[in-house]
Design a protein around this ligand. Sequence first.
Ligand code: SF4
Length: 322
Amino acid sequence: MLKTFIEIRELTKNYTLSSGLFNPQKRIIYAVNNIDLQVFKGETLGLVGESGCGKSTLARLITRLEKPSSGYITFKDENIFSYDKEELKAYRRNVQIIFQDPYSSLNPRKSALSIIKEPLTIHRMGDKKTRSEAALGIMAKVGLSKEQANRYSHEFSGGQRQRIGIARALVLNPELVIADEPVSSLDVSIQAQILNLLKDLKDDYNLTYLFISHDLNVIRYISDRVAVMYLGKIVELALNSDIYNRPLHPYTRMLLSAVPSCDPQKKKRMMNIKGEARAENEEGCAFQTRCSYKTEICAKIEPQLEKFDEQSFCACHLAGSI
Ligand code: SF4
């Protein structure tokens, strides 16, 4: 049986926005809206959805860069929002993040070696010599040579910079790595190299990945299970093969139809998608204004994420009958 590593329960993160300088009314935006989700030890869980759907907010909550409005997250059965200072430090060693943009996430005034060994210094692990040895060791693992150790980030290509970002995330020997759009700013040929590297490192270091992307091709290549997120909610969760061969939710179908294809029929399907995302406080299904399968009930009752079969969950009144 798969061991639950991260458990997310009824997690909500909302922000109150002012409607304007002369308008006293406030608007509440739900970046993450009552999410339940589990990440199992050793898996790669892909989290996919359009830009602004709440994927990165969820990552920031898991890494404790933000606190939730309600709900909680457990790591190995402990609530991460109840940690004391020392426990939080240990958690931050164990859960590392790889950022989207290798261009802006690296300090331009530091050498590759300094960037990679910095987390060891922050966490006061080892001495100067062992930190450098550990950093050089992880550099070799991600495909960077000893000769590149003293170069600055502007002297590296985009793919190499992302390798530095990966090395920096792994130097603390974490158990969980959150990869937030780690290849989206790279050329397609480089993307494949980085994805293969991440796969190899997962095996070598016995890692668990939460892999966030808007790109279904990338998610398909790397994930064991896939969670589809729409307007702050998980609308479908299933094994990789089920998501791609038997998508249950109309939004998953829409995303799949948007994947670039040479098939003219697929292009036509994408053009049939209509409507815009609805306002936050409307009743019923959040996807109703974009959904061509909408029925009467969709406008009245919000569908909940329900079990469809052993490994699949879907939040749609018509799951399985579309
Ligand atoms: Fe479409 Fe209705 Fe399903 Fe929402 S519940 S996705 S509107 S069919």
